[in-house]
Design a protein around this ligand. Structure first.
Ligand code: 5AD
Ligand code: FES
Length: 334
């Protein structure tokens, strides 16, 4: 197993001469466990209402310039039905920290989806909740949970988030999710304001501690209605190199080629796949709300029907010699 020390990591991150070697090795490792398969997750953005105020995020509560929406339960089920008919077997319910989604409401939704589609996995990405809440949602049938740690450095964390949010609590949530038996996803933004090479090394070390089943990293992209509007977006090249490093350090991880990477570079997702990504997440949200879930500027896939999005991704994945796999795509045990 690839277990670089801090000096090696620092050099790999700062110097680009080994990028192609890293990429080829990472691709070999992913082929060993996954062949050329790329798993599909249907993303349903259920609400852009959020009680938090993260400085980087377009749906932060202080942003008065977006129209807020929350899907009805019927709308959520209808997205699942569309997705199921298109062959999706994983649904990711993602949203801001919207207090409307109490345990009672969210458990009912998870339960209904699992009853209707027992062959599907349900992933939640609804932010920080209590241990009890995660436990209830697990009992209701949730299989997986995505909660990026965003940065594993306390000082950096406090530059990205207002007082009241803490890395400590974020980590606690992740340990709770793990202990409850969720397939747990974490990750961070590449090139977020104030990020240093040392911060990235801390991110990798934290992930070694947590051993996440899923790892999502995507470039930071400024949103015009946030305090970080004037910061530059992160580098696609660094994002791609980090994908390779992460693939080598976490050989079996499920790693998405993110929409953010596809937004800063037209062939970003394809290059992500060639560098070790094995997941894509086409958008299943109703078209009329897509534009309102803009976490960052110029987000792609906001104008395409779900069916178009999956076909577009299929073409992209096949164009670089990989193949879409529509099965649940669980983390391989052992
Ligand atoms: N640029 C890139 N990614 C972002 N996210 C939030 N805002 C931005 C942005 N401006 C990411 C965060 C969050 C995930 C859902 O989207 O990492 O965890
Ligand atoms: Fe959504 Fe291309 S992946 S339109």
């Amino acid at each position: 197993m690839f277990n670089p020390d801090n000096n090696q990591l620092k050099e790999l991150i700062s110097d680009n001469s080994n990028n192609e070697v890293l990429r080829i090795r990472a691709d070999e490792v992913r082929r060993k466990y996954y062949g050329n398969r790329v798993f599909v997750r249907g993303l349903i953005e259920i609400s852009n209402i959020c009680k938090n105020d993260c400085y980087y995020c377009g749906i932060r509560k202080s942003n008065r310039n977006i129209s807020r929406y929350r899907l009805t339960e019927e709308e959520i089920y209808s997205c699942c039905e569309t997705g199921y008919n298109l062959g999706f077997r994983t649904f990711v319910l993602q949203g801001g920290e919207d207090l409307y989604f109490s345990d009672i409401v969210l458990c009912r939704i998870v339960n209904n989806i699992k009853n209707k589609y027992p062959d599907c996995a349900v992933t939640l990405s609804m932010g920080e909740r209590s241990y009890e809440s995660y436990k209830n949602l697990k009992s209701a049938g949730a299989d997986r949970y995505l909660l990026r740690h965003e940065t594993a450095d306390n000082t950096h964390y406090s530059k990205l988030h207002p007082a009241g949010m803490s890395l400590e609590n974020r980590k606690k949530c992740l340990y709770n999710l793990k202990s409850l038996g969720y397939q747990t996803g974490t990750g961070f933004m590449v090139g977020s304001p104030y990020q240093t090479v040392e911060n990235i090394i801390s991110d990798l070390r934290f992930m070694q501690e947590i051993q996440p089943e899923m790892i999502g990293i995507g470039v930071f992209i400024p949103h015009h209605d946030t305090p970080f509007r004037d910061y530059p977006h992160g580098s696609a090249e660094l994002n791609i190199k980090l994908i390779s490093i992460i693939r080598l350090m976490f050989p079996k991880a499920l790693i998405p080629a993110t929409t953010a990477l596809g937004t800063v570079s037209p062939d970003g997702r394809e290059r992500g796949i060639q560098a070790g990504c094995n997941v894509v997440m086409p958008n299943l949200s109703p078209l009329m709300f897509r534009k309102s879930y803009e976490l960052y500027d110029n987000k792609i896939c906001t104008g395409e029907e779900s069916a178009q999005c999956i076909e577009c991704l299929r073409k992209r994945v096949e164009s670089v010699g990989y193949e879409l796999d529509m099965s649940r795509g669980d983390y391989p045990d052992v």
